[in-house]
Design a protein around this ligand. Structure first.
Ligand code: SF4
Length: 298
């Protein structure tokens, strides 16, 4: 297939996916106009490793309490960690707090529009900068999250799963697929993400409901089984991450600094417990005080 033919075939995907999105997109609070760029930014931090259903209540509380970056910036980092609740990967709360502070101090309190300025904020990587610029400001960027990568892997490349980490080839494919005008590109980014979340899911893609089933490369090839490296599982029970979660929950719920004994009570295995606590301290999520008590950072 020549490059020209492929480009034509790619653009054929735009209308069906965007039309499907117009009809089926979930009404999520960060997609409403009133969310603004700050709402989009908060949602992107929260959604990075946490499903929508768990993010929704925390997002609503967060935005009600801190409707602008400057509101969060006036709080301690520990309050951000406390409000993060059980979303997991709580370093994201510290980074969001640091980003809010940088916005308050260096950008007049407004989430920057410019991709490079977004990228320079603490905790904002390539994906998050592209997502904010696209979803909040309607710009043209390829927004490659897990869902989008899976849709492209199947529909375009013809394999069941994308590689473990994003490759240069995937970035090239995403750029080739990106509609030329800004508004359509921004719509395409949101639509492909939603298609991956709702229809082209990791384990059970619902091809019968898919708007691009007729041209999906993986389906046309007979849905061949994955031949790449084994995919990582999502084990949680018994991991250091679980122990960290339990220790942090004690501190989140405490009004005063807590003694070591209160932390010892939530996990039985002392070596793993100490390792988890050391990790939390090292990450700046927990502060050890001189008299052997611990608290969230101030
Ligand atoms: S046809 Fe199936 S595998 Fe292909 S993009 Fe649609 S849902 Fe995914």
């Amino acid at each position: 297939m020549s490059t020209d033919t492929r480009a034509t075939a790619h653009s054929d995907l735009h209308a069906p996916v965007i039309d499907w999105f117009d009809e089926h997109a979930r009404d999520l609070p960060w997609r409403r106009p009133e969310a603004g760029a700050w709402g989009v930014m908060v949602s992107e931090f929260m959604l990075q490793q946490t499903p929508v259903s768990r993010v929704l209540p925390v997002y609503e509380q967060w935005l009600a309490r801190w409707p602008r970056p400057a509101d969060l910036a006036t709080e301690s980092a520990g309050e951000a960690v406390r409000a993060w609740g059980r979303l997991g990967y709580p370093r994201r709360a510290l980074r969001l707090h640091a980003a809010a502070t940088a916005i308050a101090l260096g950008h007049g309190g407004e989430v920057p529009r410019d991709h490079a300025k977004l990228l320079a904020l603490p905790g904002v990587g390539e994906y998050t900068a592209a997502a904010i610029a696209s979803f909040a400001y309607g710009q043209r960027h390829s927004v490659l999250d897990t869902n989008v990568r899976r849709v492209f892997a199947r529909a375009v490349t013809g394999v069941q799963y994308p590689p473990t980490a994003t490759t240069a080839a995937e970035r090239r494919t995403a750029l080739t697929l990106l509609p030329a005008d800004q508004a359509t590109a921004a719509r395409w980014a949101a639509a492909t993400m939603e298609l991956g979340a709702l229809v082209c899911t990791a384990r059970t893609p619902d091809c019968a409901r898919c708007p691009i089933a007729a041209s999906c490369a993986w389906r046309l090839a007979g849905s061949p089984a994955h031949t790449g490296p084994p995919r990582r599982g999502q084990t949680y029970a018994g991991t250091d991450r679980q122990v960290r979660g339990k220790l942090l929950a004690v501190l989140r719920e405490a009004v005063e600094p807590v003694p070591q004994s209160a932390l010892d009570a939530v996990w039985h295995e002392p070596v793993q417990r100490a390792r988890a606590l050391d990790g939390l301290v090292e990450d700046g999520l927990v502060e050890p005080l001189a008299d052997g008590v611990y608290r969230l950072p101030v």
